[in-house]
Design a protein around this ligand. Structure first.
Ligand code: 5GP
Ligand code: ZN
Length: 117
């Protein structure tokens, strides 16, 4: 069922504390933790506690939680004192999505070229 925890989902396991993560923030609906393979000095993932395969599915089903993810991403950027930063939702394998639980990347602390590769 969409929204229900998935037994084989890495990020559901992080939400449930079954896999360790360096958690930087937690709210009723979200968890933010450092990416295990950082691509910038700050690289934090913000995820909803509910399971949806990508950000679009989350926004369609639970728009207030999608807004929570964005607000938490902004708060992470503020706490990390990032003057400039990027919030990314890789959506689909061709765009680099590898974990099928919606997540925002918050990247900053270095120059970020545009357009990205
Ligand atoms: P995607 O490629 O799906 O947009 O992003 C998935 C991200 O999850 C990648 O940046 C990857 O480094 C990160 N990641 C994968 N496995 C783990 C893990 O076990 N712990 C943490 N903290 N990050 C992970
Ligand atoms: Zn999940």
């Amino acid at each position: 069922m969409p929204g229900e925890p998935q037994a084989d989902c890495l990020f559901c396991k992080i939400v449930e504390g079954q896999i360790p993560a360096t958690i930087v923030r937690e709210s009723d609906t979200t968890v933010a933790f450092r990416d295990i393979n950082p691509q910038a000095p700050t690289h934090v993932l913000v995820i909803p506690k509910v399971h949806y395969r990508d950000a679009a599915a989350l926004a369609a089903a639970e728009p207030t939680i999608a807004a929570d993810v964005l607000r938490e991403a902004q708060t992470v950027a503020d706490e990390e004192k990032l003057e400039s930063y990027r919030i990314v939702f890789n959506t689909g394998a061709g765009a680099g999505q590898t974990v099928w639980h919606a997540h925002a990347h918050v990247l900053g602390g270095r120059g970020l070229e545009w357009p990205p590769g």
